[in-house]
Every structure is written in structure tokens, then in C-alpha cells.
Design a protein around this ligand. Structure first.
Ligand SMILES: [Cu+2]
Length: 323
């Protein structure tokens, strides 16, 4: 299964969009073939006409022919208008069916905040202690409708999970929304679909659809503060993090790190990817990222923090232990 395909869908909204596209292509393709065939036929006919009929015949058709032609053209125009009207109606009704009002009755509301070039994800709740904050990864219970409410912290981005939904632009100071629902478990890749700067292509995320029990377990785990380091190496790693500029930009709940410039790292070890889908989450990639983020995503708002060589391994062990 392709995790990012508008054709291999896993939700009824994506189905509706794909079917609409196929209907347009099918019908308009047929009309295209018809028009080309007719013009080829008429070219052949005209050719024969010039050679065989007297000139005044072709230039001054009889009144009967004139009336017939007018009728044919009028009917063709009528049919064209009907087809356009039909396509617009179908398109608008599909659009209405898949969009969601910002204040739709909420079951599960996920707030997506787009940044150059990563996604902040928050599961809202009336109870402040039950708000889950993470980044670049959305978990969904299979079969349940989730309301995505999105906005942006800088420029215009676009939230797009081709296998599940259409695109929705995210604006600064303005909220847009859409439903997300997966009909089967799986991992689906999303991608920013509006050019938003240098690293636009490296602004992806993962949607993990899982059975309800697994989803609830994930939520409970994400609500926990960061795990305590279990050995001296990881304790040293935590100290390196807390003593350097990392704390100014990142939050690790349960520690004094409470920056908001970059992704929340409280459970970063449990995530699938690093730096907004730029690479799989593993120790090697993490080391490369921390040593030189500008090399992996030139222009990224993460600064290169000078670290002692012997501090890097403990730091990485600590971060990867944050499950
Ligand atoms: Cu973007």
C-alpha cells in the first residue's frame, strides 16, 4: 500500500474526492474524443465539398441548411451548459460533504499549528491537564471522525493527507477546519501542499490510524511527563540538554525545558520520523540532526548548538529514551 496516494484511499472523504476526479476526467475525456472525431470528420467533408460542389453552393447554403445549422449549434450550446452546470453541482456537493464548520459538534478535536517547517499537534480538551501536545504525528482511532482545526504561525501552509482527505489551507490568525476519518488501520503520510519557503518539501507528517484501545493507550502515554533517565549516561544526557541552548526552544514536560520555538520533545523517542518527516527516527539520524541541522534542512529555524564531542552520545541516548 502506498502511504501517500489520492488513489489508494482509506477514508470516505478521500474516496469522494477520487471519484469526483475520475468522473471529471471520464466525462470530459469522452467529450474531448467526440469533439476531435467531429472535427476530423468535418475536415474530410469540407475537403470533398470544395472539390466536388460548385463554389457558390458552399459559400451560400440554402435557407434550409442555415436553419438546420442554427438549431444544431443551439442544441450543442444547451448541452454544454447542462454539462457544466451538472459538474459544478456535483463538485460543490462533494465539497460541502467533506468540509467541516469550525464549530462542528466535537468528538475529538486536534489543533494543527503549522510552522516553517514543522507541525505542532494538540489534542484539545476542556480539562487542561488532558491536552496532549506533540509534533509531526497524528494518531487517530479507526472509524471515528476527528475534527482538525488548523492555523499557521507564519506563512500560509496547506494540510494534506491524500489517502484520507483533501487539502486545507492553514492561515495565520484564521482558523480552518476539516474532518479526518480513517476506515482502516494504517500509517498515512501527509505533506504540506502550499509552497511555504525553502524547506516546504521537507514539511511532512505521519497519521497513524489504530484501533480505539491502542489509540487510548497512546493518548495516556503522551499525557505522562517525560520518563526519568534510568542510568548515568542518560542522566548526563539530560544535563547536557538542560545546560545548553536546547531548553530555550524545546519543551520536555517534567523538566525545566519549556521552549516553544521547536517541537515538544517529551515523547520524541516514540515518534516515527525526525524533523517533520525528513528522515526516520533513529540514533544515527538524530546525531546527524543535532550536529548540523542546517545541513539536513538548510534554513531551518533550529540553530546549530556547539556541543562537546563526548556529550553527543549521552544526549542522543537520553532523547531516544523519551518514549
Ligand atoms: Cu508548509
Amino acid at each position: 500500500m502506498n502511504p501517500q496516494s489520492a488513489f489508494q484511499t482509506a477514508g470516505q472523504h478521500a474516496d469522494a474526492i477520487r471519484n469526483l476526479g475520475l468522473q471529471f476526467v471520464g466525462l470530459l475525456g469522452l467529450i474531448f474524443l467526440l469533439v476531435i472525431t467531429m472535427s476530423l470528420l468535418s475536415i474530410r467533408r469540407r475537403h470533398r465539398g470544395i472539390e466536388q460542389e460548385p463554389l457558390e453552393h458552399t459559400h451560400h447554403p440554402s435557407p434550409g441548411t442555415e436553419a438546420k445549422l442554427t438549431r444544431a449549434v443551439s442544441i450543442a450550446c444547451g448541452i454544454t451548459l447542462l454539462i457544466i452546470f451538472g459538474l459544478v453541482t456535483v463538485s460543490v456537493s462533494v465539497g460541502k460533504g467533506i468540509s467541516a464548520p469550525v464549530n462542528a459538534p466535537k468528538d475529538l478535536v486536534v489543533e494543527v499549528n503549522a510552522n516553517q517547517w514543522w507541525w505542532q499537534i494538540r489534542y484539545l480538551s476542556d480539562d487542561a491537564s488532558a491536552i496532549v501536545t506533540t509534533a509531526n504525528e497524528i494518531h487517530l482511532p479507526v472509524g471515528r471522525r476527528v475534527l482538525i482545526r488548523g492555523s499557521s504561525n507564519d506563512v500560509i501552509h496547506s494540510f494534506w493527507v491524500p489517502s484520507l482527505q483533501g487539502k486545507r489551507d492553514l492561515f495565520p490568525q484564521h482558523m480552518t477546519s476539516e474532518w479526518l476519518k480513517a476506515d482502516r488501520p494504517g500509517r498515512f503520510r501527509g505533506q504540506c501542499a502550499e509552497f511555504c519557503g525553502f524547506q516546504h518539501a521537507h514539511m511532512a507528517f505521519w497519521v497513524v490510524a489504530e484501533p480505539d484501545a491502542q489509540f487510548q493507550a497512546w493518548m495516556r502515554q503522551q499525557l505522562q511527563p517525560a520518563v526519568e533517565p534510568q542510568d548515568d549516561e542518560k542522566r548526563r544526557g539530560r544535563k547536557v540538554f538542560m545546560d545548553s541552548a536546547c531548553v530555550l526552544c524545546h519543551t520536555i514536560r517534567g523538566t525545566e525545558a519549556s521552549g516553544f520555538v521547536g517541537p515538544d520533545l517529551t515523547h520524541m523517542g516514540s515518534r516515527l520520523s525526525l524533523a517533520a518527516g525528513a528522515m526516520p527516527n533513529n540514533k544515527g539520524n538524530l546525531a546527524g540532526w543535532i550536529a548540523d541541522p542546517q545541513n539536513i534542512k538548510p534554513g531551518t529555524h533550529m540553530a546549530t548548538v556547539p556541543l562537546h564531542a563526548e556529550d553527543i552520545q549521552p544526549l542522543i541516548d537520553y532523547l531516544e529514551s523519551l518514549q
